[in-house]
Design a binder for this molecule. Structure first.
Ligand SMILES: [Zn+2]
Length: 493
């Protein structure tokens, strides 16, 4: 390897130093960089393209299920935020405030939105007059700011982050539940079918739900280092926001009723989960579904074969492009094939086609899978179908490997020692009966910083309340008191 290609490559190890490794992959694969202010990042074109791939899928599904996009101001008057005291309390230490406009002190402080319930709800109240106005489903793609004093980790922990926030109002509690499940299913689908990251569906324990919510549902993804990522949340807000902001409507008998509301959000943390799940010590690994370049063609020539090899490669690039694949022909003169292989591996291009004089003579193409270097040969004639099949195969490989990690890492425990020992040794999720008392979570949290990340749901995608199944074993895994719930403990991002 030349000095140059060593500098290009990843030097940290995913299994030994996952934090350093992750930061290196993000920077060297050109996804993001650190901003001059602590806690902020600059998203580069290749990183933003991944976010756009998520947006494109989700936004299409939102539209198909009755959601309208809107945009509200990034500033929220303090008095608006205070109308929902649970929100203020929940976010108080994390809110960034604007106190001046130019040289003048503002009469009322403005919060930089930590979430938009308190500015959207008053308008929903205004727009909701009759039962015919419901359901009302609004969504905005924007960024929010939460001033947390933690170490910056691109896409996982930043003071400002990109997300979408959906806000809906319904005439009945059933309507609100249906909405909660619809969004949770779409989040599950974007993780599993687009990002190749399997997730568990659940709800947050009472003490950890969104401020003011009746129920917070979540999809959780397990990272290879044994920590859980909260992938997205969908909240049933019951009538608390509707009561605070007067979201009422006239029913069919012209009687005034209070609406039921929901909110739901997915942030670019999904990119963090994507990068962390699939990438390796050679760099970024991406499923073909989101990869900005799905196929790279690397021609390998000598002076006397250059013309033939290039012409053959261009024909293949044209065929693939016409068929709709995102393809790049890397015909740079100044780089040798070895350098190109390394660079495209680092950047996570899922499939590489190698074309030399032998391939030209035999009317064939050599295909190499990014995740595991599996190599095979296909006929030139059927190259479009072959590439299609190989990309599917690569997606399946990534999904199956992540699924295996998830399945192997859900374990049961029935005592505090067993919970601590199991998480300490293996990471992953520890499933235990739970009495419902937050104090029992504290016992575990204090010792190893693991918490209850979710409770499984009884009614998979059902239309009403998210009940937790009864445990078989009826003593709390921490205190031994009677338990009628199940909790999943894990360390989390
Ligand atoms: Zn207990």
């Amino acid at each position: 390897m030349s000095d140059e290609s060593q500098e290009l490559g990843i030097t940290e190890s995913k299994s030994h130093k996952p934090g350093e490794w992750y930061a290196e992959v993000v920077q060297k694969a050109n996804l993001a960089d650190y901003a001059p202010m602590g806690g902020f990042i600059v998203t580069k074109p290749r990183g933003y393209a991944l976010w756009e791939a998520i947006q494109e899928s989700l936004d299409g599904w939102f539209t198909d299920t009755g959601v309208d996009n809107v945009y509200f101001p990034m500033f929220i008057p303090e008095s608006f935020l205070e109308r929902e005291k649970d929100i203020v309390e929940g976010f108080d230490p994390e809110v960034a405030w604007v106190t001046h406009g130019g040289h003048d002190e503002l009469e009322e402080r403005l919060a930089v939105r930590p979430t938009s319930e308190s500015i959207i709800a008053p308008f929903m109240a205004d727009w909701t007059r009759s039962h015919r106005d419901l359901p009302m489903r609004l969504n905005q793609w924007c960024s929010v700011v939460r001033w947390e004093a933690t170490e910056t980790k691109p896409f996982f922990r930043t003071k400002e982050f990109m997300w979408q926030e959906g806000h809906t109002a319904h005439a009945s509690n059933e309507g609100a539940w249906e909405e909660v499940w619809t969004r949770l299913e779409q989040y599950e689908r974007v993780y599993e079918d687009v990002l190749a990251v399997p997730v568990l569906r659940g709800k947050k324990p009472e003490h950890d739900k969104f401020p003011g919510a009746d129920t917070t549902t979540t999809v959780e993804a397990l990272m290879p280092d044994g920590k859980s990522v909260q992938g997205a949340t969908s909240h049933n807000l019951g009538q608390s926001f509707a009561e605070a902001f007067d979201i009422t409507f006239a029913d069919e008998n012209e009687d005034e009723q209070t609406a039921y509301t929901t909110s739901w959000g997915l942030s670019w943390r999904a990119l963090g989960a994507l990068i962390m799940t699939h990438s390796d010590d050679q760099g970024l690994v991406l499923p073909p579904t989101v990869a900005p370049t799905q196929v790279v063609i690397v021609p390998i020539w000598q002076e006397d074969t250059k013309e033939d090899v290039l012409e053959y490669s261009e024909g293949i690039a044209d065929d693939l492009e016409t068929a709709g694949f995102r393809v790049e022909l890397d015909d740079r003169d100044e780089r040798n094939p070895g350098f190109k292989f390394n660079e495209h591996e680092l950047n996570g291009v899922p499939l590489r086609l190698e074309i030399g004089p032998h391939e030209v003579d035999d009317a064939e193409v050599t295909l190499v899978h990014r995740p595991d270097n599996a190599e095979s040969v296909a006929d030139r004639d059927g190259i479009v179908d072959a590439v299609d099949e190989h990309l599917d195969e690569i997606f399946d490989k990534l999904y199956e490997s992540a699924e295996e990690n998830l399945e192997e890492n859900v374990r049961e425990a029935h005592s505090p020692e067993e919970i601590l020992g199991t998480i300490g040794k293996h990471g992953g999720y520890v499933k235990t009966p739970w009495c419902g008392d937050e104090a029992c979570e504290e016992v575990i949290k204090e010792k190893i910083a693991a918490e209850i990340v979710m409770q499984p749901l009884e009614d998979e995608g059902g239309s009403t309340a998210g009940d937790v199944p009864e445990p078989d074993h009826d003593e709390c895994g921490v205190c031994g008191d009677p338990a009628d719930e199940i909790a999943y403990f894990a360390k989390s991002y």
